[in-house]
Ligand binder design. Structure first.
Ligand code: G4P
Length: 304
């Protein structure tokens, strides 16, 4: 099932984003360090480039991500023009203190009385944007919650030392270009509970864990060897190990799926990253090849 999710208020958010970006010096883009590419907003990137605004990419929830892979992603992002990247945990004050100096380095001509440094924070829902904003301004600014798209209005806050930060609504995009991204976002809970079937998401997550070399994490937590299994079989095995049975003794797949997803989201499988720059490039190449083959097939003249 391809995942699409674009509530009406996101259209208004896009317009607001375009206006707001015109008046800022540095964009702070908050990403989920477990899915640094899938949690990007292509629209944000397009608008930022057309406005030529530098960008600090925050790989947030770094406490839940694989540190070696976070390092790889930071290096990959910093190869992009005008981009710096930092791994942070929004709940760690020492990490939060590194953010403003990094922004200043991206706009060295600002932070004077006549030219205050104007920041904007943006990101898709549930990446930890509100948590970071609260930590930066030192008080509770926005409603923080686990349901995507809780933050809805654009708001500007003063920061110490001639700086300000504008908050933007949680943004998603009209079309998730790659089907895999929909599942990755759902696994990390950036897409609402009602938008997708948890069983499919759990099976996709299980297969991704295997493909990304994390079989040992599944073994350590659930005590079975997932080698050679597909995603559904892994979810079933989790259910078997956890005694997920309906009344008649039948396996409760939904319950098993929820256990795997919950454990992953809470970091109980250890720090994990579901994509690397190399796996991302391979996924895109496979997608393009499939599109090319399908275009060729459609172009074939039909024989009578
Ligand atoms: P948003 O504005 O981007 O939508 O995200 P928000 O700050 O509401 O954060 C979404 C959830 O992610 C919250 O969990 C928040 O605590 C958690 N979170 C944010 N940053 C980090 C981080 O760096 N590491 C970890 N591990 N979690 C983070 P919640 O369950 O809704 O609330 P809470 O009970 O954790 O406070």
């Amino acid at each position: 099932m391809p995942i699409q999710w674009f509530p009406g208020h996101m259209h208004a958010a896009r317009r607001k984003l375009e206006e707001t970006l015109a008046d800022v010096d540095v964009l702070i883009e908050v990403l989920d360090a477990r899915i640094p590419a899938a949690s990007r907003n292509p629209l944000l990137e397009t608008l930022r480039r057309s406005r030529q605004r530098p960008c600090l990419k925050l790989l947030n929830k770094a406490d839940l991500a694989d540190p070696a892979r976070t390092t790889e992603w930071i290096a990959a992002f910093e190869r992009e023009e005008g981009v710096r990247a930092l791994a942070v945990c929004a709940k760690n004050p020492a990490d939060v203190r590194r953010i403003l100096p990094a922004c200043e380095r991206l706009a060295p001509h600002r932070s004077e009385p006549t030219k205050p440094l104007r920041l904007m924070i943006a990101g898709i829902p549930n990446v930890g944007k509100s948590t970071l904003l609260n930590a930066l301004i030192g008080r509770k600014a926005a409603k923080v919650g686990d349901e995507p798209a809780v933050t809805k209005s654009v708001q500007r806050y003063d920061l110490p030392g001639l700086r300000s930060i504008t908050d933007t609504p949680g943004l998603m995009w009209p079309k998730i270009e790659f089907e895999a991204d929909g599942y990755l976002l759902a696994a990390c809970h950036a897409i609402g509970r009602n938008a997708v079937a948890e069983e499919e998401v759990a099976a996709f997550l299980a297969e991704t864990l295997l493909a990304q070399g994390y079989a040992d994490r599944l073994t350590a937590r659930y005590r079975f060897d997932p080698t050679g299994m597909n995603g559904e079989e892994i979810v079933e095995a989790v259910g078997e190990r956890r005694g997920c049975r309906r009344k008649g003794g039948e396996l409760d797949r939904e319950k098993a799926a929820n256990i795997l997803l919950q454990d992953f989201r809470e970091g109980k499988l250890g720090p994990l990253t579901l994509e690397t720059p190399a796996s991302r490039a391979a996924m895109i190449a496979a997608h393009e090849e499939a599109a090319r083959v399908s275009a060729e097939e459609n172009a074939q003249p039909t024989s009578r």
